[in-house]
Design a binder for this molecule. Structure first.
Ligand code: CUO
Length: 705
């Protein structure tokens, strides 16, 4: 039964009782929206049943959903909006409390066509990810449910034409242009291919699904979630800067004065099928205003944000925050400080004091999202900054997150720098680091464009049936292998290999000070190795990265129903993860210069004993553990996230070279981009777990940390 749940998400605006080719829900007419109840018999004869029928049990005690329907069915939904969030939380609670899967399905069938479709998919997805009896179900990729949130709206008119005229089997994929949101007159457009990458935006949606900031406590409370909010977003900004420098742009500015004009314009060209509207745009030099939107129950001033920020910064300088429940000061110590701050700044349900420290990050998103209509005088809905699904497309997302990151860094800068002793691994030296790519120079990464097809039909409402595909063009790199030589002049022991990379020069072509470069290091991989006495040569493939998930996992190129006993549960959690195809920045045609950093730390200081007793967590899903953690387990690295780059360097260390201890090594690399487009070698190869290369072959896996 649980395996049928994903079909609830198909064609999200179409009532569930409309018959489909494959799977149909037999929805009791009492559950139908009022508009159709009186027409039930004529509608049923109009849409005769075909395909499999899934019975929907009628339950006596239907939940009261009036609080949820307060948000209209045809409105956009923003998880950042406290009112919308309350509506979503209510539905998550109802769904979490369903006593079994049959009841869960029944409540879904009852609520689906009455509540806002975006809200429904969000709440049902959160509940399915967190209920013990449904987390084995594989959720469809969000891009398949709401493709309009991920690509140029012009695609859909063409897709509808193709579906209506051309029989299945003869249909052509609809090509999504790579450049459609601006011309080269806008410098920021040089990195639009990255901001608008479907996989990157899917990762962000999925991350916020796995780590909701509000909802029932059992859903929100996760090990080091506040710290992971900080770290995952810090890495997004670092990756964006890498991409900008690759394209001849300076590092992103911080929007640190909320009253300054916003130089970045953005015209998203996205549709909302739910609201039947195009998403609003933002002109260059727009200025934030106080929000006075009664319809959204949103009254908030810029001054509120400034007050929250000032209190947060004061707390960082004081070294403690005030806990609302106990009225005690809680120290921002090395062990928990960053986690406490992450929850405060985001702000999540775990914030120790929401009254005092407010809702800085979330309301900030909304301020940007409503900049075009802060008092609702034009009856315009929010812009793309209002939804985690779309926010990363907007250049201002990075200006905002870069500012928040600088607040986190202010905290990190007061921590005592790591001593040499904390950084070294006695008797262990890294003596050689290299990158091997087939048919290429060593230490040179190769990037290019690749095309892939995504099925759209599940997200197209009120259409004739059958598949239609969108063809996307995205960045890709040639798979590569790290080769690392480690000398161990002690007993056999365990080490953690940490691999990062950063640009070598800044926007002016000058070398960095360590204090600046450390924030630009992007994590590429982290894994455990056993070191024998003497020389050890480690080879590790790029596809095994602890930050990424394979291409097919990002896009869910999998069957709807996994056979019993497959890794569906893990697969869902693994939907969170940086997409493999953007592991490496684009570089440039001349060969962009970067520094690859490898460190081996003493695993005894890193390993986390999971509550179930083993060190690998209890879920087995470890593909993207660096950015997404482990399902149901503790974050699998005892060190601060981003270690060893998360703090200022010790005294007299000004450059990366000076920072190195014998268990670290830096290798100069280049990233060479070739402006050619390749088709994916093999589309649709199924793989529900493990690692995968670009042709879909299974690759042997190293042991995760
Ligand atoms: Cu992920 Cu601002 O948090 O978007």
């Amino acid at each position: 039964m649980a395996q049928n749940l994903p079909f609830l998400f198909d064609r999200p605006n179409e009532p569930l009782f409309i018959k489909r080719d494959d799977v149909n829900f037999d929805v009791p007419t009492d559950y139908w929206p009022d508009r159709y109840k009186s027409l039930a018999s004529s509608i049923q004869s109009r849409f005769p049943t075909s395909g499999q029928v899934i019975p929907v049990q009628k339950i006596q005690q239907l939940p009261n959903i009036s609080e949820i329907t307060a948000l209209g069915r045809r409105e956009n939904f923003s998880i950042f909006n406290p009112f919308h969030r309350k509506c979503a939380t209510k539905l998550v609670e109802i769904l979490m409390n369903a006593s079994n899967v049959d009841q869960f399905l029944s409540i879904c069938a009852y609520t689906r066509d009455k509540v806002n479709p975006y809200l429904f998919v969000y709440a049902a997805s959160v509940a399915m990810l967190h209920r013990s009896d449904t987390r084995g179900v594989s959720l469809p990729a969000h891009v398949q449910i709401f493709p309009e949130l991920y690509m140029d709206s012009s695609v859909f008119g063409r897709a509808r034409e193709e579906i209506s005229i051309v029989p299945t089997g003869s249909r052509m994929p609809i090509e999504v242009p790579r450049d459609y949101t601006a011309s080269n007159l806008d410098e920021e457009h040089r990195v639009a291919y990255w901001r608008e990458d479907v996989g990157i935006n899917l990762h962000h949606w999925h991350w916020h699904l796995v780590y909701p900031f509000d909802g029932p406590l059992e859903v929100v409370r996760k090990d080091r979630r506040g710290e992971l909010f900080y770290y995952m977003h810090q890495q997004i900004v670092a990756r964006y800067n890498f991409e900008r420098l690759s394209n001849g742009l300076p590092r992103v500015r911080r929007h640190n004065n909320l009253r300054d004009p916003i130089p970045e314009a953005y015209f998203p060209k996205l549709d909302s099928f739910v609201a039947s509207r195009i998403w609003p745009a933002r002109q260059a030099d727009s200025v934030l205003s106080d929000l006075r939107r009664d319809a959204d129950q949103l009254h908030v001033d810029i001054l509120d944000l400034e007050r929250w920020r000032d209190r947060i910064i004061s707390a960082i300088q004081d070294g403690f925050v005030r806990d609302a429940a106990t009225q005690r000061d809680v120290p921002l110590d090395e062990a928990r400080g960053i986690d406490i701050l992450g929850n405060i700044i985001e702000a999540s349900l775990l914030s120790v004091n929401r009254n005092r420290y407010g809702d800085f990050h979330n309301i900030g998103h909304l301020m940007f999202a409503y900049v075009h209509d802060p008092d609702n005088r034009y009856l315009e809905t929010f812009g793309i900054m209002g939804d985690p699904t779309t926010a990363m497309r907007d250049p201002v997302f990075y200006a905002w997150h870069s500012y928040m990151d600088s607040i986190f860094q202010e905290y990190k800068s007061i921590l005592i720098p790591y001593t040499e002793q904390q950084l070294t691994f006695d008797g262990v030296r890294v003596t050689e680091v290299g990158v091997i790519i087939e048919n290429a120079r060593s230490n040179e990464f190769l990037t290019f464009w690749q095309q892939d097809d995504i099925e759209l039909s599940r997200g197209l409402d009120f259409q004739p049936r059958g598949s239609v595909f969108a063809r996307l063009t995205h960045l890709q790199h040639a798979p590569f292998t790290y080769r690392i030589r480690i000398e161990n002049n002690g007993q056999r022991r365990s080490g953690t290999v940490r691999i990062f990379m950063a640009p070598k020069f800044d926007e002016r072509g000058a070398s960095y000070l360590f204090r600046d470069q450390r924030g630009l290091f992007v994590e590429l991989d982290k894994f455990t190795v056993t070191l024998q006495n003497g020389s050890n040569v480690i080879e590790r493939r790029s596809t095994e990265s602890s930050v990424t998930i394979p291409f097919d996992q990002t896009f869910r190129i999998i069957p709807n129903r996994l056979p019993t006993g497959t890794a569906g549960e893990n697969f869902n959690y693994c939907g969170c993860g940086w997409p493999q195809h953007v592991l490496i920045a684009k570089g440039n045609a001349e060969g962009f210069r970067a520094e690859l950093f490898v460190m081996v730390s003493d695993n005894r200081n890193d390993v986390v004993q999971q509550q179930n007793g083993n060190s690998a967590g209890n879920a087995g899903c470890d593909d993207a553990q660096s950015y997404c953690g482990l399902r149901g387990g503790l974050y699998p690295d005892r060190r601060a996230m981003g270690f060893p780059f998360d703090r200022l360097p010790r005294v007299n260390v000004n450059t990366l070279t000076q920072f190195l201890t014998p268990n670290m090594r830096v290798q100069d690399t280049t990233i060479r981009f070739t402006d050619r487009t390749v088709a994916r070698p093999s589309v649709g190869v199924q793989n529900t777990a493990g690692n995968q290369n670009q042709t879909g072959q299974r690759l042997p896996s190293s042991r995760p940390m």
